[in-house]
Design a protein around this ligand. Structure first.
Ligand SMILES: [Zn+2]
Length: 176
């Protein structure tokens, strides 16, 4: 994990200091701790034919060329459901409704310089509109079964994605 070097308030170098039992960054000039938090992303597993989920091949770093669920950073004031639907459409062309989203999992994902919390929702493909068409951030987009995901595990960003995909399929199956 990348170190934090400078205070965002005043630009001075940071030191490390114990606080609530853990070592944190501290600015001696501001006399304040500089907290570092996980960054939220949100995305949607679109479940089709009760056994497949829509994945995208990432065009950018990190994990360039790997398959993952369509997701992206939340805007500062954006609700997770709103961001999830927006990212799904941007990356795959598929439009989902916030009212048909079900929370599947919150995943901790590693990024080179931060930790990410992925809010993963599921929706039934029958409740979406639009043809699958990879957006600017995606090289490709297609539906995968769990078996196909397992066979291509080297291509997948993480085992966590497969676990969440399995949960998404079960959840949508129970609801329909
Ligand atoms: Zn400072």
């Amino acid at each position: 994990m990348k170190n934090l070097n400078y205070c965002w308030r005043c630009g001075d170098s940071l030191e490390k200091k114990m606080d609530e039992g853990r070592e944190r960054y501290y600015c001696g000039r501001c006399k304040k701790f500089v907290y570092r938090n996980a960054v939220p992303v949100a995305g949607v597993f679109v479940v089709k034919d009760e056994n497949k989920v829509l994945l995208i091949k990432r065009r950018g770093e990190p994990h360039k060329g790997k398959w993952s669920y369509p997701a992206g950073y939340l805007e500062y004031d954006e609700k997770p459901e709103t961001g999830a639907v927006r990212e799904l459409e941007e990356e795959t062309g598929v439009k989902a409704s916030e009212q048909y989203l079900e929370l599947v999992a919150t995943l901790q994902l590693e990024h080179p310089d931060k930790y990410i919390v992925g809010n993963a929702y599921a929706t039934n493909h029958e409740y979406t509109t639009g043809e699958v068409k990879p957006g600017d951030d995606a090289e490709d987009a297609k539906f995968w079964t769990i078996e196909e995901m397992k066979e291509n595990v080297a291509e997948m960003e993480s085992e966590k994605i497969i676990g969440a995909a399995r949960k998404a399929i079960r959840l949508v199956g129970r609801l329909s």
